[in-house]
Design a binder for this molecule. Sequence first.
Ligand code: ZN
Ligand code: ZN
Length: 152
Amino acid sequence: MKNSTQKQPRSLVHFKNICQEAGVKCTQQRMKIYSELIQNPNHPDAETVYKKVKKQLANISLDTVYRTLWLFKDMRLITTIGPSRERTRFDPNLNPHHHFICTKCGLILDFNSEQMDTLDIQESLKAIGTVGSLQVQGICRGCEINDKIISD
Ligand SMILES: [Zn+2]
Ligand SMILES: [Zn+2]
């Protein structure tokens, strides 16, 4: 995990370059979907992207958004989080990083941790597989504050 010194850019310029390299047309729809991803730090799922993009492109369908996101994944523009294809969350951050997942509201945020990058992986875990990024679960600050207001 400690090898990538070169940061992967997340910008529309980068997007256009990758499209060109892949021979994929850089349509307005695709650009809007990608820019929604890079503007949303919460690793949105397809439906969330769809709802946002629809405000600007009224004719877009959820199916198109799905297909586009999986196309981006094939193009290695983004990665996905979680094994479920149904509520898959999409991530435009290709730099090594970890995720904080709120078990209450589903928020997923990136974080970097040198400590976790250099974690001493125990043998029993190595036997299961190679560890990439880590996902920690907890309750986010927003939910904590809400809980407090309700219980007060
Ligand atoms: Zn939360
Ligand atoms: Zn991420």
